[in-house]
Design a protein around this ligand. Structure first.
Ligand SMILES: *Cc1c(COP(=O)(O)O)cnc(C)c1O
Length: 390
């Protein structure tokens, strides 16, 4: 572990995560529950450490995408409620019951499978019904022409033996996009969701304890009504994107590397694979041990800047699997061993994402398992994780 540090590493600022959480809490009000989305290893930040903190500071629920991600949290001592948003094979029902994990139920076929399996095990699986109001991914189809059958299916699931329908939720497709059209689309989704809930509850004769729909975009930009019983932010919590900026939230991860070697090349030297960059003068190049196998996006080749102690340094040539090169010609104090921020508090991830034609989500999720995560709390390093098999 020590040997991999000072190469390329991710600093995860748990204090920033806590401040972000508290600001979002203030924004939603004390009557609304908080579900922290920690799927995909907490968007690359490390789900165990992030979840432990969220549990400690009073979050109500966590969400992951698979049974494995949920189990990882349980095995590491996270005891709070966890919702699996994605698909779980019925063979996993026993483990979900044993570890008290909540499963999303997205259609009749799954409800039947889960009910049969839970009944066979003489157990009860806690579920949240997922409604497709316009995301067109998972969930009971309830839109035009499908309203009656959708509601029927939902009520059927709620009354199946072995299932305990604690909640109901939907997901917005464009709540984080600007423009009137997107606003209208989101309003339509929300309106449909409310109508589905009303019809289902009336038919069922009971009400759902947890109704939720607000992702990052809805938490940041939509009225309190949208928060319902619980909000479900992911990206916002980690402090990235336009909405995080508006709400004065901070980026939780700083991805850093260090200069491994410095070379000086004469004018006209082609740098890296394919020679897409040729030096125009005598050029001092720093080689960084950070490449696409660490999660760098190769599409950023020759296009972005990384942040040195003397400011932004241009990336030169193609990004390799394990390395990339920056131009430090006019940065005499940048030396072998100097720290370089790939993104973080100085070099905004949003800028890199924009140049790469992607979103911050993809960049943080891409940080690979060979990049150690180093966790800071109260300004002190409290944990390090390396995800390699050693
Ligand atoms: C990922 C996800 C979220 C969180 O989305 P953000 O845009 O990161 O806030 C919320 N709900 C569901 C169902 C998701 O899959």
């Amino acid at each position: 572990m020590e040997s991999t540090l000072r190469r390329t590493w991710a600093e995860v600022d748990l204090d920033a995560l806590e401040r972000n959480y508290k600001k979002i809490r203030e924004h939603i009000g004390s009557d609304v529950k908080f579900l922290g989305v920690v799927k995909a290893d907490a968007y690359g930040h490390g789900s165990v450490q992030c979840s432990k903190l969220l549990e400690k500071i009073g979050a109500d629920y966590l969400a992951v995408s698979s049974a494995d991600e949920a189990l990882e949290l349980r095995v590491n001592g996270v005891n709070m409620p966890i919702l699996i948003l994605g698909h779980t094979p019925k063979e996993q029902v026993a483990r979900m019951i044993k570890y008290n994990i909540t499963q999303a139920v997205t259609c009749k076929a799954k409800a039947v499978e889960y009910s049969e399996e839970a009944t066979r095990l003489k157990g009860t699986l806690k579920i949240h019904i997922k409604v497709d109001t316009g995301m067109s991914r998972l969930g009971y189809l309830c839109g035009e022409g499908n309203f009656e059958t959708g509601v029927e299916g939902i009520v059927e699931a709620c009354t199946m033996p072995g299932l305990d329908a604690e909640g109901i939720f939907t997901h917005f497709a464009v709540s984080d996009e600007p423009g009137e059209e997107c606003r209208e689309y989101t309003e339509k989704q929300f309106d449909l969701f409310k109508r589905v809930i009303n019809a289902a509850e009336e038919k069922w004769g009971k009400s759902f304890c947890l109704k939720h729909c607000a992702n990052t975009g809805a938490v940041a930009c939509y009225p309190k009504e949208y928060f319902m019983d619980m909000v479900r932010p992911g990206l916002l919590l980690y402090g990235y994107g336009e909405f995080a900026k508006q709400m004065n939230l901070e980026p939780v991860m700083s991805l850093k590397t260090s200069v491994s070697t410095i070379k000086i090349y004469p004018k006209g030297t082609a740098i890296s694979y394919g020679g897409i960059f040729k030096t125009e003068k005598t050029t001092r190049i720093g080689v960084l041990p950070y490449g696409y196998a660490d999660g760098f996006l190769r599409s950023l080749s020759n296009k972005c800047e990384l942040y040195t102690k003397e400011g932004p340094a241009a990336l030169r040539g193609k990004i390799c699997m394990d390395m990339c090169m920056i131009d430090i010609t006019d940065m005499p104090s940048v030396d072998v061993g100097s720290e370089v921020e790939i993104y973080g508090k100085k070099n905004p991830i949003e800028k890199l994402a924009e140049i790469a034609g992607t979103i911050p989500y993809e960049l943080t999720c891409a940080v690979s398992k060979r990049v150690p995560r180093v966790y800071y709390k109260d300004g002190e390093e409290i944990a390090k994780e390396l995800m390699l098999r050693m």
